[in-house]
Design a protein around this ligand. Structure first.
Ligand SMILES: [Zn+2]
Length: 433
């Protein structure tokens, strides 16, 4: 008899819970739509705000925009949405809803900071980094970089400064302009083939490649929605041989193109989470995007596989000799450890503690850039400010998260698995630390 009562009660209870969940998710969906509307409205003024949007046209702004950036009104809307989201972050809320609410809240904190920056109301580098991307990167002294460069001093052959000797070696491996398209396409095909061995992406996923000039970046993935990307390469930037592999993985597979495709497929199409259809560039989402795109290079080409691919496939196609390649790749490993020089230079520039001339010197001396690329890197930092942290601390956060879950280089299958989950969910730095 007790069984019968329990059985009779069950449908009522589960109906009650279900309808409560449905009601709550309707409410949250409404907030998510308003969050998207706000982002698209900001994007009418701030041309760098919206990196991608593939949601419904109904959320796009209508009418003619005002001539003045409505800073206070955008801040009010953000605060209002943040307040409403509070109800969904309570402990008793279904975790799928509270996770969405927390994610949208963090995106909105970044939105508020970007609204201020766009209005010329600046904060310190660390405050910007924390509010925009969810983390403050570590500080490094000039001595830290100087010590790393000493390791190169021992490794590099020839006479002159470390930078001169590094450039001399690196210049042996510049891809000739007429071979660039072939090498980029071969590298993308290889990283795509390797990624598809592990992930099943929608059949229609695809990308288009374009070559551009006069940009502060070296490559850019413009996600178009419907599992399509436009990948642009800046031909002004020196195209060293490893760049073909790096940008193929970073912009394409399993980097930005795959990340956006998995988010669109799993969250927007399968679960109807409209907030994911807007990708605001200055937001915690970028830390995951850039960090995973950089970390993804090691996932696709672990250990010595990158140098092997360069040696056996790319250099012969480019008509270049392989002499010195091993030393060059050892030097690149040390150059990788010097990446934080960009974070430190950006911090000092934003905080008004470094001149442009010093920034170029640090980038050449400790970042091992040639002068042209160092000047371009300065333009990038002035435009994107604390954004550079996403490439360094972003990659480190993702690496330690994946390795702490058992996905080290010794366990490649598990690494691909954890990496796919990371690319398919709403996560921020705070969730990974
Ligand atoms: Zn990127």
């Amino acid at each position: 008899m007790r069984y019968l009562i329990i059985l009779l009660l069950l449908p009522i209870l589960s109906f009650g819970q279900k309808s409560n969940h449905t009601l709550k998710s309707v409410g949250l969906n409404k907030i998510a739509e308003d969050y998207v509307r706000l982002g698209l409205a900001i994007g009418q003024y701030d041309p760098d705000f919206v990196d991608a949007y593939y949601g419904p046209d109904s959320l796009k702004p209508v009418g003619i925009k005002g001539s003045v950036f409505p800073k206070d009104s955008f801040l009010d809307v953000s605060n209002n949405l943040l307040e409403k989201l509070g109800a969904y972050k309570a402990k008793d809320t279904d975790t799928s809803l509270s996770r969405r609410a927390i994610w949208i809240s963090r995106q909105l904190i970044a939105t508020k900071r970007r609204i201020r920056i766009f209005s010329g109301d600046y904060a310190s580098f660390d405050t910007e980094a924390k509010e925009l991307f969810g983390i403050i990167p570590p500080n490094f002294t000039e001595d830290h970089f100087r010590n790393l460069v000493t390791q190169l001093d021992r490794l590099l052959p020839g006479q002159g400064s470390v930078n001169e000797r590094f450039q001399k070696l690196a210049n042996r491996f510049i891809i000739p302009r007429d071979k660039l398209d072939t090498l980029y396409k071969v590298s993308i095909a290889e990283s795509r083939k390797r990624t598809l061995r592990h992930y099943s992406l929608p059949k229609t996923e695809n990308f288009r490649v374009e070559y551009v000039t006069n940009k502060p970046w070296s490559g850019y993935n413009w996600y178009q929605g419907n599992f399509k990307s436009l990948i642009q390469f800046n031909t002004d930037v020196s195209a060293f041989i490893e760049k073909a592999i790096d940008v193929a993985c970073h912009e394409g597979y399993p980097g930005h193109h795959v990340y956006n495709t998995l988010l669109e497929k799993n969250l927007y199409r399968d679960r109807g989470q409209v907030e994911i259809s807007l990708y605001p560039l200055f937001s915690p989402q970028s830390l995951i995007a850039e960090g995973s795109a950089n970390y993804g290079i090691d996932v696709v080409f672990p250990g010595e596989e990158k140098i092997q691919f360069a040696k056996n496939v790319l250099l012969p196609l480019a008509g270049l000799d392989t002499t010195g390649l091993t030393t060059y790749f050892r030097a690149l490993e040390i150059k990788g450890k010097l990446q934080y020089v960009h974070t430190e230079v950006a911090r000092r520039l934003v905080d008004g503690k470094m001149t442009d001339k010093e920034a170029v010197r640090w980038t050449m001396e400790y970042g091992l850039f040639n002068e042209g690329d160092a000047v371009r890197a300065l333009a990038f930092k002035k435009k994107y400010r604390s954004y550079v942290i996403n490439y360094t601390i972003g990659q480190d956060v993702i690496r330690s998260y994946i390795e702490s879950k058992g996905g080290s280089g010794n366990n490649p299958e598990k690494r691909w698995d954890i990496f796919e989950r990371l690319l398919s969910n709403q996560l921020t730095a705070a969730d990974l630390q």
